[in-house]
Design a protein around this ligand. Structure first.
Ligand code: 3HC
Length: 288
Protein backbone atom coordinates (compact mmCIF):
# COMPACT_ATOMS: atom_id res chain seq x y z
CA UNK A 1 0.00 0.00 0.00
CA UNK A 2 1.52 3.35 -1.00
CA UNK A 3 0.99 6.69 0.73
CA UNK A 4 -2.61 7.80 1.05
CA UNK A 5 -3.28 10.76 -1.24
CA UNK A 6 -6.89 10.15 -2.34
CA UNK A 7 -9.57 10.08 0.35
CA UNK A 8 -13.34 9.70 0.21
CA UNK A 9 -15.70 10.96 2.91
CA UNK A 10 -19.26 9.63 2.95
CA UNK A 11 -21.67 12.11 4.51
CA UNK A 12 -21.17 15.88 4.78
CA UNK A 13 -23.01 16.52 8.04
CA UNK A 14 -21.35 17.90 11.17
CA UNK A 15 -18.67 15.21 11.32
CA UNK A 16 -18.22 14.42 7.63
CA UNK A 17 -17.71 18.06 6.68
CA UNK A 18 -15.16 18.46 9.50
CA UNK A 19 -13.27 15.32 8.44
CA UNK A 20 -13.29 16.45 4.79
CA UNK A 21 -12.06 19.91 5.80
CA UNK A 22 -9.08 18.72 7.87
CA UNK A 23 -8.13 16.16 5.20
CA UNK A 24 -8.20 18.77 2.42
CA UNK A 25 -6.26 21.20 4.62
CA UNK A 26 -3.63 18.49 5.08
CA UNK A 27 -3.10 18.59 1.29
CA UNK A 28 -5.03 15.48 0.22
CA UNK A 29 -7.49 15.12 -2.61
CA UNK A 30 -10.96 14.56 -1.11
CA UNK A 31 -14.20 13.33 -2.66
CA UNK A 32 -17.25 14.00 -0.46
CA UNK A 33 -20.37 11.96 -1.18
CA UNK A 34 -23.83 13.00 -0.01
CA UNK A 35 -27.29 11.56 -0.61
CA UNK A 36 -28.54 14.49 -2.69
CA UNK A 37 -27.44 17.81 -4.16
CA UNK A 38 -28.98 19.91 -1.38
CA UNK A 39 -27.11 17.96 1.33
CA UNK A 40 -23.87 18.19 -0.67
CA UNK A 41 -24.34 21.94 -1.01
CA UNK A 42 -25.03 22.30 2.72
CA UNK A 43 -21.82 20.35 3.44
CA UNK A 44 -19.81 22.57 1.10
CA UNK A 45 -21.30 25.63 2.84
CA UNK A 46 -20.27 24.29 6.27
CA UNK A 47 -16.70 23.72 5.10
CA UNK A 48 -16.49 27.16 3.42
CA UNK A 49 -17.78 28.80 6.60
CA UNK A 50 -15.30 26.96 8.81
CA UNK A 51 -12.36 27.73 6.48
CA UNK A 52 -13.50 31.37 6.31
CA UNK A 53 -13.47 31.48 10.08
CA UNK A 54 -9.90 30.17 10.02
CA UNK A 55 -8.91 33.00 7.64
CA UNK A 56 -10.65 35.60 9.83
CA UNK A 57 -8.73 34.31 12.86
CA UNK A 58 -5.43 34.38 10.96
CA UNK A 59 -4.99 30.60 11.18
CA UNK A 60 -4.75 30.15 7.42
CA UNK A 61 -4.30 32.47 4.44
CA UNK A 62 -6.91 33.11 1.76
CA UNK A 63 -4.65 31.17 -0.65
CA UNK A 64 -4.57 28.16 1.70
CA UNK A 65 -8.36 28.32 2.02
CA UNK A 66 -8.76 28.39 -1.76
CA UNK A 67 -6.27 25.54 -2.18
CA UNK A 68 -8.16 23.42 0.38
CA UNK A 69 -11.48 24.12 -1.36
CA UNK A 70 -9.93 23.21 -4.74
CA UNK A 71 -8.96 19.79 -3.32
CA UNK A 72 -12.60 19.01 -2.48
CA UNK A 73 -15.02 17.45 -4.96
CA UNK A 74 -18.67 16.83 -4.09
CA UNK A 75 -20.73 14.01 -5.55
CA UNK A 76 -24.04 12.30 -5.00
CA UNK A 77 -22.72 9.01 -6.43
CA UNK A 78 -20.79 6.52 -4.27
CA UNK A 79 -19.01 5.39 -7.48
CA UNK A 80 -16.97 8.60 -7.16
CA UNK A 81 -15.01 6.68 -4.47
CA UNK A 82 -13.82 4.00 -6.92
CA UNK A 83 -10.20 5.27 -6.96
CA UNK A 84 -9.96 6.22 -3.27
CA UNK A 85 -7.22 4.66 -1.10
CA UNK A 86 -9.09 5.49 2.12
CA UNK A 87 -12.82 6.06 2.54
CA UNK A 88 -14.18 7.41 5.83
CA UNK A 89 -17.88 6.81 6.37
CA UNK A 90 -19.61 9.53 8.42
CA UNK A 91 -23.31 9.06 7.65
CA UNK A 92 -25.99 9.29 10.35
CA UNK A 93 -25.68 6.93 13.34
CA UNK A 94 -28.03 4.36 11.81
CA UNK A 95 -26.85 0.77 11.56
CA UNK A 96 -28.87 -0.22 8.46
CA UNK A 97 -27.59 2.84 6.59
CA UNK A 98 -23.98 2.18 7.56
CA UNK A 99 -24.20 -1.52 6.65
CA UNK A 100 -25.56 -0.56 3.24
CA UNK A 101 -22.75 1.96 2.67
CA UNK A 102 -20.05 -0.57 3.64
CA UNK A 103 -21.55 -3.30 1.46
CA UNK A 104 -21.57 -0.94 -1.54
CA UNK A 105 -18.12 0.56 -0.87
CA UNK A 106 -16.68 -2.96 -0.71
CA UNK A 107 -17.80 -3.60 -4.28
CA UNK A 108 -16.88 -0.17 -5.66
CA UNK A 109 -13.35 0.30 -4.26
CA UNK A 110 -10.11 -1.59 -4.97
CA UNK A 111 -9.67 -4.49 -2.50
CA UNK A 112 -6.63 -2.82 -0.87
CA UNK A 113 -8.47 0.44 -0.11
CA UNK A 114 -9.03 1.06 3.60
CA UNK A 115 -12.66 1.47 4.70
CA UNK A 116 -13.10 3.39 7.96
CA UNK A 117 -16.19 4.29 9.95
CA UNK A 118 -16.60 7.38 12.11
CA UNK A 119 -19.34 5.59 14.04
CA UNK A 120 -19.71 6.78 17.63
CA UNK A 121 -20.71 3.42 19.01
CA UNK A 122 -21.71 0.73 16.52
CA UNK A 123 -19.54 -2.41 16.50
CA UNK A 124 -16.85 -2.21 13.81
CA UNK A 125 -16.91 -5.99 13.48
CA UNK A 126 -20.57 -5.83 12.46
CA UNK A 127 -19.83 -3.19 9.79
CA UNK A 128 -16.83 -5.22 8.58
CA UNK A 129 -19.01 -8.29 8.12
CA UNK A 130 -21.10 -6.37 5.57
CA UNK A 131 -18.02 -6.58 3.31
CA UNK A 132 -16.09 -9.41 1.71
CA UNK A 133 -12.79 -7.93 2.92
CA UNK A 134 -13.26 -7.37 6.66
CA UNK A 135 -9.49 -7.12 7.17
CA UNK A 136 -9.52 -3.65 5.58
CA UNK A 137 -12.30 -2.22 7.77
CA UNK A 138 -11.73 -0.30 11.03
CA UNK A 139 -13.07 2.58 13.09
CA UNK A 140 -11.59 6.10 12.95
CA UNK A 141 -13.63 8.11 15.41
CA UNK A 142 -13.27 11.91 15.27
CA UNK A 143 -14.59 14.51 17.72
CA UNK A 144 -16.70 17.59 17.16
CA UNK A 145 -15.64 20.20 16.05
CA UNK A 146 -13.19 18.09 14.03
CA UNK A 147 -10.83 20.98 13.14
CA UNK A 148 -10.44 21.77 16.87
CA UNK A 149 -10.48 18.47 18.75
CA UNK A 150 -7.11 16.76 18.61
CA UNK A 151 -8.21 13.18 19.26
CA UNK A 152 -8.97 10.27 16.97
CA UNK A 153 -9.95 6.89 18.38
CA UNK A 154 -8.59 4.00 16.31
CA UNK A 155 -10.78 0.91 16.60
CA UNK A 156 -9.57 -2.28 14.94
CA UNK A 157 -12.13 -5.08 14.79
CA UNK A 158 -11.24 -8.70 15.53
CA UNK A 159 -10.48 -9.06 11.82
CA UNK A 160 -8.66 -5.82 10.93
CA UNK A 161 -5.22 -6.37 9.37
CA UNK A 162 -2.25 -5.03 11.38
CA UNK A 163 -0.97 -3.21 8.28
CA UNK A 164 -4.38 -1.54 7.84
CA UNK A 165 -4.46 -0.36 11.46
CA UNK A 166 -0.88 0.95 11.23
CA UNK A 167 -1.58 2.81 8.01
CA UNK A 168 -4.80 4.37 9.30
CA UNK A 169 -3.05 5.36 12.54
CA UNK A 170 -0.21 7.03 10.59
CA UNK A 171 -2.77 8.87 8.47
CA UNK A 172 -4.54 10.28 11.54
CA UNK A 173 -1.37 11.20 13.43
CA UNK A 174 1.21 12.11 10.79
CA UNK A 175 -1.04 13.50 8.05
CA UNK A 176 -3.88 15.05 10.08
CA UNK A 177 -1.79 15.82 13.17
CA UNK A 178 -4.24 14.16 15.59
CA UNK A 179 -3.38 12.18 18.70
CA UNK A 180 -4.50 8.58 18.29
CA UNK A 181 -5.76 6.38 21.08
CA UNK A 182 -6.51 2.74 20.43
CA UNK A 183 -9.97 1.74 21.60
CA UNK A 184 -11.64 -1.68 21.93
CA UNK A 185 -14.48 -2.66 19.61
CA UNK A 186 -17.08 -2.20 22.38
CA UNK A 187 -20.03 0.21 22.20
CA UNK A 188 -18.86 3.70 23.22
CA UNK A 189 -15.17 2.82 22.67
CA UNK A 190 -13.23 4.87 25.27
CA UNK A 191 -14.49 8.45 25.19
CA UNK A 192 -18.22 7.92 24.72
CA UNK A 193 -18.20 5.17 27.37
CA UNK A 194 -17.42 7.99 29.82
CA UNK A 195 -19.07 10.95 28.09
CA UNK A 196 -22.52 9.55 27.29
CA UNK A 197 -23.47 8.54 30.88
CA UNK A 198 -22.38 12.05 31.96
CA UNK A 199 -24.58 13.75 29.33
CA UNK A 200 -27.51 11.44 30.19
CA UNK A 201 -27.09 12.21 33.91
CA UNK A 202 -27.32 15.93 33.19
CA UNK A 203 -30.49 15.36 31.12
CA UNK A 204 -31.99 13.31 33.97
CA UNK A 205 -31.23 16.19 36.36
CA UNK A 206 -33.17 18.60 34.11
CA UNK A 207 -35.98 16.05 33.80
CA UNK A 208 -36.21 15.70 37.59
CA UNK A 209 -36.28 19.48 38.09
CA UNK A 210 -33.02 19.19 40.00
CA UNK A 211 -31.52 22.28 38.30
CA UNK A 212 -31.91 24.32 35.12
CA UNK A 213 -29.74 23.65 32.04
CA UNK A 214 -28.05 27.02 32.61
CA UNK A 215 -27.19 26.23 36.23
CA UNK A 216 -25.92 22.73 35.41
CA UNK A 217 -23.78 24.08 32.57
CA UNK A 218 -22.45 26.98 34.62
CA UNK A 219 -21.65 24.54 37.38
CA UNK A 220 -19.44 22.41 35.14
CA UNK A 221 -17.86 25.33 33.24
CA UNK A 222 -17.15 27.54 36.24
CA UNK A 223 -16.75 24.85 38.87
CA UNK A 224 -14.80 22.24 36.91
CA UNK A 225 -13.27 24.27 34.05
CA UNK A 226 -14.95 22.23 31.31
CA UNK A 227 -15.00 24.19 28.00
CA UNK A 228 -18.81 23.80 27.89
CA UNK A 229 -21.45 22.29 30.16
CA UNK A 230 -23.11 18.92 29.44
CA UNK A 231 -26.40 20.27 28.06
CA UNK A 232 -24.74 22.68 25.67
CA UNK A 233 -22.40 19.84 24.71
CA UNK A 234 -25.35 17.47 24.09
CA UNK A 235 -26.81 20.20 21.85
CA UNK A 236 -23.48 20.44 20.00
CA UNK A 237 -23.14 16.66 19.53
CA UNK A 238 -26.82 16.54 18.46
CA UNK A 239 -29.58 15.10 20.63
CA UNK A 240 -30.42 12.60 17.88
CA UNK A 241 -26.82 11.37 17.88
CA UNK A 242 -26.65 11.36 21.69
CA UNK A 243 -29.79 9.20 21.78
CA UNK A 244 -28.49 6.85 19.05
CA UNK A 245 -25.17 6.35 20.86
CA UNK A 246 -26.95 5.79 24.18
CA UNK A 247 -29.19 3.17 22.54
CA UNK A 248 -26.21 1.27 21.10
CA UNK A 249 -24.52 1.29 24.49
CA UNK A 250 -27.69 0.20 26.26
CA UNK A 251 -28.17 -2.60 23.73
CA UNK A 252 -24.60 -3.78 24.34
CA UNK A 253 -24.40 -3.58 28.16
CA UNK A 254 -28.05 -3.45 29.36
CA UNK A 255 -26.93 -0.96 32.03
CA UNK A 256 -29.69 1.51 33.06
CA UNK A 257 -27.14 4.35 33.11
CA UNK A 258 -26.90 4.12 29.30
CA UNK A 259 -30.69 4.12 28.70
CA UNK A 260 -31.86 7.35 27.01
CA UNK A 261 -34.14 9.19 29.48
CA UNK A 262 -37.72 9.97 28.36
CA UNK A 263 -36.95 13.70 28.04
CA UNK A 264 -34.25 12.93 25.47
CA UNK A 265 -36.62 10.60 23.61
CA UNK A 266 -39.35 13.26 23.51
CA UNK A 267 -36.99 16.03 22.38
CA UNK A 268 -35.74 13.91 19.48
CA UNK A 269 -39.32 12.95 18.55
CA UNK A 270 -40.13 16.68 18.55
CA UNK A 271 -37.28 17.42 16.13
CA UNK A 272 -35.32 19.30 18.81
CA UNK A 273 -31.88 18.01 17.82
CA UNK A 274 -29.86 20.83 19.36
CA UNK A 275 -27.63 23.29 17.55
CA UNK A 276 -28.07 21.66 14.12
CA UNK A 277 -31.89 22.07 14.17
CA UNK A 278 -31.83 25.46 15.91
CA UNK A 279 -33.25 24.26 19.23
CA UNK A 280 -32.39 21.76 21.93
CA UNK A 281 -31.79 22.63 25.56
CA UNK A 282 -31.01 26.11 24.22
CA UNK A 283 -32.46 28.21 21.41
CA UNK A 284 -29.89 28.89 18.68
CA UNK A 285 -32.27 30.75 16.40
CA UNK A 286 -31.60 33.90 18.41
CA UNK A 287 -27.83 33.62 17.94
CA UNK A 288 -27.17 31.88 21.29
N1 3HC B 1 -14.08 24.96 13.04
C1 3HC B 1 -12.86 25.49 13.22
N2 3HC B 1 -12.46 26.09 14.36
C2 3HC B 1 -13.37 26.19 15.34
C3 3HC B 1 -14.67 25.66 15.23
C4 3HC B 1 -15.00 25.03 14.02
N3 3HC B 1 -16.21 24.46 13.81
N4 3HC B 1 -15.33 25.89 16.39
C5 3HC B 1 -14.47 26.54 17.19
N5 3HC B 1 -13.28 26.71 16.58
C6 3HC B 1 -12.06 27.29 17.13
C7 3HC B 1 -12.19 28.78 17.18
O1 3HC B 1 -11.70 29.35 15.99
C8 3HC B 1 -11.31 29.14 18.37
O2 3HC B 1 -9.94 29.17 17.98
P1 3HC B 1 -8.90 30.16 18.72
O3 3HC B 1 -8.97 29.84 20.21
O4 3HC B 1 -7.58 29.81 18.13
O5 3HC B 1 -9.38 31.53 18.41
C9 3HC B 1 -11.47 27.96 19.31
O6 3HC B 1 -11.92 26.86 18.48
C10 3HC B 1 -12.47 28.25 20.38
O7 3HC B 1 -13.69 28.62 19.74
P2 3HC B 1 -14.65 29.80 20.20
O8 3HC B 1 -13.83 30.90 20.82
O9 3HC B 1 -15.57 30.14 19.08
O10 3HC B 1 -15.60 29.15 21.28
P3 3HC B 1 -15.25 28.39 22.57
O11 3HC B 1 -14.01 28.88 23.21
O12 3HC B 1 -16.52 28.42 23.31
O13 3HC B 1 -14.97 26.89 22.07
C11 3HC B 1 -15.53 24.73 21.43
C12 3HC B 1 -15.91 26.19 21.34
C13 3HC B 1 -14.25 24.46 20.64
C14 3HC B 1 -16.68 23.93 20.81
C15 3HC B 1 -15.29 24.36 22.94
O14 3HC B 1 -16.38 24.82 23.71
C16 3HC B 1 -15.12 22.89 23.18
O15 3HC B 1 -14.06 22.32 22.94
N6 3HC B 1 -16.21 22.24 23.69
C17 3HC B 1 -16.20 20.82 23.99
C18 3HC B 1 -16.48 20.06 22.72
C19 3HC B 1 -16.41 18.58 22.93
O16 3HC B 1 -16.37 18.07 24.04
N7 3HC B 1 -16.43 17.83 21.82
C20 3HC B 1 -16.49 16.41 21.84
C21 3HC B 1 -17.89 16.00 21.65
S1 3HC B 1 -18.07 14.23 21.67
C22 3HC B 1 -17.91 13.77 20.08
O17 3HC B 1 -17.77 14.54 19.17
C23 3HC B 1 -17.96 12.30 19.83
C24 3HC B 1 -19.28 11.83 19.29
O18 3HC B 1 -19.18 10.48 18.97
C25 3HC B 1 -20.46 12.02 20.20
Amino acid sequence: MGDITRVGVIGAGLMGSGIAEVTARAGLDVVVVEADAAAAEAGRGRIEKSLGRGVDKGKLSAEERDAALARLTFSTDLEACADRQLVIEAVAENEALKLDVFGRLDKITEPEAILASNTSSLPITRLAMATEHPERVLGLHFFNPVPVQKLVELIPSLLTGDDVAEKASAFASEVLGKTVVKAPDRAGFVVNALLIPYLLSAIRMVEAGHATPEDIDNGMVLGCAHPMGPLRLADLVGLDTTKAVAESMYEEYKEPLYAPPPLLQRMVEAGLYGRKSGRGFYDYTRGE
